[in-house]
Design a protein around this ligand. Structure first.
Ligand code: ME8
Length: 652
């Protein structure tokens, strides 16, 4: 039997629109499923919505609709979010579906038959926001630890003997340290269980928006028993074909893995209640519960209630789904918290994606078109093809990504793949295809071009799980068949067939230097933006990496003479220069060239100045322009112009 991997998102409450936190877990699950599928596993990806409970009933009442109408309205955006972010789900479960409610009732029957359910009266605090019960001791300043308000509840209720399962849960954690990850969460759960578990109320009787309990009129299942059961109801438990195929058949099932990715807010439900419910019902446990951290905005947890949410649709619209996915997976370690910032997103987009990934594709395919009419050249003999550094970089990138993904380390996996992107960019730079072409060294030029395309093929395949849209575009350009897009195919150097006619389109990741206005900010200008037909055309131009001549001439380049130079008083990296640029008064310009030039060597040089750059204070000194230079750090060289051109002469 083939190896199966079943991965799930939490099912989301339908009390508001999806935000970046929901997007994060969902696209992480998608990338994990795609990774395992790439490796050849039979995968199943599940997402869905949690539609019962007091929280939803109250939200519907406030909206003046029935709970079902409310659920119908708010479930769809979660599906749409998947489509918008390139998330491929195999099923999307809603807890109001009959196929689900039947399994919740079956769980109840089994837990009752095991003697684990008894009738009593619940008296205590309930937080509707968390859909959770709290004891007096657990409250913080009279509220739930999450900050949600609590209400006093007294009602007849059925209880589950959670207390009975403490020893079995600890034994499971001992035998399977990977059951709860990351390690800090494992430790947290162990400590919680060790303190002793109380029985929990698992039915509500003072409202009816839930799954009716068999033989207990007036009771509906506690929403967490209902919700957690989605992970097996979607598979048709207990007898369905999918359940047999994807759900582990024992704690040590080496053939089937089931992994729940969740946020740390709902760890206790998944790592304590859920396994206890399953044990009671006589069903095997999932293989792993992995709890990731929070995305915060302005230093607070992002949540619907706090109103500081980032809209994933807006992000995908402005930055592209793949850039948004890449940023979320690359920026922080899966498991830790992260502060969301659009500036950081743009830096990843402009750096890793545009400069590194996109540029590698652009320059490699550009040269292939220029020198070989877009046809992949012969590979040459094995000896010629094998470029040791590039080959080693590919093997390392692959191995590093595989190792990282074993522990769901998205950011390390991406860092590993990007080390190959950098190696290939270095290779392109060092092999100087343009010089080979000029010197007519055709055999070597073939080799270099082949190797670059081959590196692109491997990079394209390895990035498919994370940036599925753009990676597929790159592989389409390279003519890589769907059947050849496998992990195995990245182990071979030379997989790209010679003679393949490649394609090349617009830049994969256009740079974005200025923030694009979000919907809310753009709204007042909507009218204006719609009227001139020229707007969309201008955008199209920008997307292919070119600028218009009209844009170029906006930059005022002038000849300038350095008349004085000194070290910047507040920055080691900078020199403070006084330049004559043909203006009535000399200007001050700060330049980051201190590592390469002594101030005294500069006086008298004639250089190229960007004269109309908006003045900007650099470490306390107002800089009125920028000098053109090439290179970086101690290798930087100022662009000079012949000294007989008078200061102020326009350069064009
Ligand atoms: O808890 N950062 O649903 P929910 C990262 N219905 N992830 C976040 C986040 C943030 N700021 N905010 C939310 C529920 N999430 C229950 C689940 S499962 C059987 C029932 C993500 O709509 C994260 O995955 O409140 C978190 O666990 C989940 O959304 C909570 O979604």
């Amino acid at each position: 039997m083939s190896r199966t991997v079943y991965v799930t998102t939490p099912i989301y409450y339908v009390n508001a629109a999806p935000h970046i936190g929901h997007a994060y877990t969902t696209l992480a699950v998608d990338s994990l499923a795609r990774w395992h599928a790439l490796l050849g596993a039979d995968t199943f990806m599940l997402s869905g919505t949690d539609e019962h409970g007091l929280k939803i009933a109250q939200a519907a009442r406030e909206a003046g609709v029935t709970p079902q109408q409310h659920a119908d309205r708010f479930s769809k955006p979660f599906r749409d979010m998947c489509d918008r972010l390139g998330v491929r789900y195999d099923d999307f479960i809603r807890t109001t579906e009959p196929r689900h409610t039947a399994v919740v009732q079956e769980m109840w029957r089994r837990m009752k038959a095991a003697g684990d359910i008894y009738e009593s009266v619940y008296e205590g605090w309930y937080s509707v926001g968390d859909e959770a019960y709290f004891t007096e001791d657990e409250l913080v300043d009279g509220k739930a630890p999450s900050g949600h308000t609590v209400e006093w509840v007294e009602e007849p209720s059925y209880f589950f003997r959670l207390s009975k399962y403490g020893p079995a849960l600890l034994a499971h954690l001992d035998a399977h340290p990977e059951f709860v990850q990351p390690q800090s969460r494992y430790n947290e759960i162990r400590r919680f269980i060790e303190q002793g578990l109380n029985d929990i109320s698992i039915s509500r009787s003072n409202f009816d928006w839930g799954v009716a309990i068999p033989d207990a009129e007036g009771h509906v299942a506690y929403v967490w028993l209902d919700a957690l059961t989605n992970y097996i109801s979607a598979l048709g438990a207990p007898d369905g074909e999918r359940f047999g195929r994807y759900w582990p058949q024992s704690a040590d099932d080496g053939e089937r893995r089931a992994v729940h990715l969740i946020g740390k807010d709902i760890l206790r439900f998944h790592a304590v209640y859920w396994p206890a419910f399953l044990m009671s019902a006589g069903l095997p446990l999932p293989s792993q519960v992995f709890a990731h951290g929070w995305w915060t905005n302005e230093d607070a947890k992002m949540s619907k209630t706090a109103g500081n949410v980032v809209d994933p649709f807006d992000m995908a619209e402005r930055y592209g789904a793949d850039a948004f996915r890449y940023f979320l997976l690359r920026e922080i370690t899966f498991g830790t918290d992260g502060a969301f910032s659009e500036t950081a997103l743009r830096n990843r987009l402009n750096g890793d994606l545009a400069n590194d990934y996109g540029n590698l594709a652009n320059r490699s395919l550009g040269m292939l078109f220029r020198y070989r009419k877009g046809v992949v050249p012969a590979r040459g003999t094995a000896d010629q093809v094998l470029d040791p550094t590039l080959l080693a970089a590919a093997a390392q990138a692959r191995a590093g990504a595989e190792k990282a993904m074993e522990t769901i380390g998205f950011n390390q996996a991406l860092a590993s793949i990007w080390s190959l992107v950098s190696a290939a960019n270095r290779y392109a730079h060092e092999t100087e295809a343009w010089t080979l072409a000029k010197n007519g060294d055709d055999a070597r030029l073939d080799e270099v071009l082949y190797n670059l395309c081959e590196a692109l093929r491997i990079i394209g395949i390895l990035t498919l799980p994370f940036i599925p849209g753009k990676a597929a575009t790159l592989l389409d350009w390279l003519g890589v068949d769907a059947a050849e897009r496998t992990y195995e195919a990245t182990a071979r150097w030379g997989g790209l067939a010679s003679g393949t006619r490649v394609k090349k389109g617009k830049a994969l990741f256009p740079r974005m230097d200025k923030p694009k206005a979000n919907k809310a900010q753009a709204a007042p200008q909507k009218k204006k933006a719609q009227t001139p037909a020229a707007k969309p055309a201008a955008k199209e131009k920008a997307d292919d990496g070119f600028i218009e001549f009209g844009d170029f001439v906006k930059v005022e380049l002038r000849v300038a003479k350095i008349v004085a130079a000194e070290q910047h008083p507040n920055a080691d990296r900078l020199l403070k220069l006084t330049v004559d640029a043909g203006d009535p008064e000399p200007r001050t310009v700060c330049a980051g060239i201190a590592a390469a030039y002594a101030p005294e060597d500069l006086v008298g040089r004639t250089v190229a100045l960007v004269a109309n750059l908006a003045p900007r204070k650099l470490r306390g000194v107002m800089s009125q322009g920028m000098l053109l230079a090439a290179g970086e750090g101690s290798d930087v060289q100022l662009m000079t112009v012949p000294g007989d051109l008078p200061p102020g002469t326009r350069i064009s």
